[in-house]
Write a protein that binds this ligand. Sequence first.
Ligand code: E4P
Length: 217
Amino acid sequence: MKFFIDTADVAAIRELAATGLVDGVTTNPSLVMKSGRDFREVVEEICALVDGPVSAEVTAVEADRMIAEGKSLAAIAKNVVVKVPLTIDGLKACRALSGDGIGVNVTLCFSANQALLAAKAGATFISPFIGRLDDIGADGMELIREIRVIYDNYDFRTEVLAASIRSPQHVKDCALAGADVATVPPAVLKALASHPLTDKGLAAFLADWEKTGQKIV
Ligand code: E4P
């Protein structure tokens, strides 16, 4: 499973990219608003830091304008993937942009039928939002499982990009469900590496090593 970072915070991306664990980045208009920075500048900087796909979202709602915005975003860098919402206009834009060889991430997916349409429209990625479904009492992970089965049934190449991930438990369940990618907030990626027994064990090893009086040179 690939890991994308779900943020428009360039400093956080720089820090995590240094681990070699970052396969791509997703942004959205709310994350750009939180960064307080110029959208285009942020996308340029992220694309220079990360070789993998960097999702940049259109804000138009009509297909023609989405296509124009998408082309303009795709011109920023070769690894830009254009994010469009899962609406009829978004699907039309997806078909047109992917026909032009531009990668498309269809976002705000909340049902298996929506995911089926995105795959038929030639999406590179489908983004089902797990956390937001859990928030309303639905089962976000069940959606990942359903999309996996449908895409495998028809051999769709669209990658399942699990989004709206809130916890390490979500990440583990996505991996078990066969998601191709999980896009995670920086804090969740860091939390994946942490375990209290690792900390406790390391402290004990270091304390015992100190007592030997030796040094590794
Ligand atoms: C995905 O591409 C979205 O940016 C993101 O995962 C949304 O997450 P949220 O529901 O925590 O806002």
